[in-house]
Design a protein. Sequence first.
Length: 726
Amino acid sequence: MAEKLRGVIERVTYSDENNGFGVLKMRCKGFSEFVTIIGNIAHISIGTVILADGKWSSNQKFGRQFEVLNFEEILPANIFGIEKYLGSGLIKGIGPKYAKLIVNRFGAQTLEIIENSPEKLAEISKLGSKRINAVKKAWNSQKDIKNLMIFLQEAGVSTALGHRIYKVWGKKSIEKIKENPYALADKIDRIGFMTADIIAQKLGVDKDSHNRCRAGIFYVLNHLADKEGHCCVPSDELVEKCSEILGIKDSKIIISRDNMLRNKELFLENDKKIYLPAFFFSEIGLARRIKKISNPSKTEILLNEYEFEDQLKDLQNKNDIKYDKFQIEAIKTAVNSKFSIITGGAGVGKTTITKAIIEFFKKQNKKILLAASTGRAAKRMSETCGCTSKTIHRLLGHSIGGGFEKNEENKLNGNILIVDETSMIDLILMYNLMKAVPDEMSVILIGDINQLPSIGAGNVLKDIIESKIIPVIKLTKIYRQSLKSNIITNSHKINSGEMPDLKGTLDFFFIENNNADKITELVLDLCTRRLPNYYKVNPISDIQVLAPTRKTQFGADNLNKILQAKLNKNTIYLRHGMNEFRLGDKIMQVKNNYRKDIFNGDIGIISEVNLNDTFLKVNFDGKYINYDVSELEELTLAYACTIHKSQGGQYPITVILLPFNPKMLERNLLYTAVTRAEKICILIGEKRAIKYAVQNNSAHKRYTLLAERLRKLKILSNQDILNLNV
């Protein structure tokens, strides 16, 4: 039998805004200590008074808890509760400081004043008209959101979604959901098919309705693109997966699939592969752009033999360097090709050759554009090449109306485009880049295909190389200065399927340990005491912990909590979900934000936390960006990060966790992790995990037809395509 419990929320112990589950502490009359309440309550703000229906339970680890089945919010009854309620971040622009000013002026009548006579807030001189208008707007929207919250609660779905839904549909939210609940998955950020399906079933939508089948097909295709990098999916495999997930007959899926093909919501290629429109047009468009740009019939050889020899001699004298025959052949091929690729592992001289190529083009007064896939890679390229490099996103520029400022109508201005870390570029971004490249511009792509592929769909660099239609310079020779580094030599051993040298050297160390508790203690000791003391480095800026995954005890999320607690004792913070963002924290941007000109993977330090106005300021290498409390989902702690997220970055010292988990251990994962280290690389885990990763070169194949499309588009040429192994 359900019981009732009334009280004020005092503390958020745990909050997951993705699934709505929360663990909160509530002050209740008749209880000497806070009551722990759990359930679908993650969105409830501190200071909110609720009347909850639920039942008591006992947890062996956490003790007695009240499981909330449903609840209603009640306006706080006393001055203390009102002040806490207003200062909780519920209303943008009102933090604890301004909440206190308002309550001191209006006392128990505060909420009535805000509801019915908000103009009286002007009696508080420190508020200002701008803040008062923000309070009015926020308070009115709260009333509409509350109705939406009740509707979602009745549908048995996390009310944490309410704010996101209301932001898109406003007062029409409930009407839109009832009309077609699957529209949630199409229109609302971070609401997927599964959540929409729960709501739809609660509203009585037929399991085999077209809307459900259509949404399920989109879900499977997007899931396979996001999680496995597929640009397309075999038709039979798509039907099988959809039937399994939706729990309905194949025939119903096939009817909806064919209907979507007729409506051009999907595209079929080779009578076998199904595409979402974005990937279909991007793959075709990219193949055509590569053909158009690389067609040498419109260009002449940039340098004849004598000119090349003269410039090479000048360059070697100027830089006091002697290129060997392999490097000379690579430079010559790149400067005389309309479209070329330079690929190879660590220490094989990609940077040396890139610098030489830039010098050659500068000598000809060519305008050179440098770009890279991440901010960290672009910064490193600028430092090593002595020229300004930008991220691809910044090079293209974000258009206010969506898309990029630089495109097929407004091309990039320059003669040569050199792009680094190309293995990380997904299909859609590469297509957008090539659309903006003028036909007469020369393009050089640089990357290491042995690293992890792009996070987004596609395997672009590998596909272009495998098509064998443009010159590819494959660098294989490790140069003398790199041979001194065991980081470099071990990375090449890993790449060749050999076990790295684990004996311990000046720059590469292996610590064997398979005890979960001891490993986390070891990581903590290394990052906070041993490495900073021995190498005289900053533990926050100079040491990066890398983990194969976010979850589990060895995951980045757990390690971030542990490292933050030890490395940052600041008590000034803003909370979002389970994260406390403290003054001085190392954080990472986890999604592209074109408005702020900050992109996925950028790392910064929190330089200011404003509790009154509930925002924080982040220093991204001298660029200061503000985030209000509603934008904190774009950030995560970055003392530790996944190996995937580390791509494009280089760190003075890396500490890599490698527990034995066959599902995630692959050669390219280990190779990518090791090559992130500049000076010191430390591996922690089991030898069998390293051995398994080295031997497992069966990296998951991505469904893509780019290489095939490129081979079909024969490029006109008066010379053979060169594929050099140097």
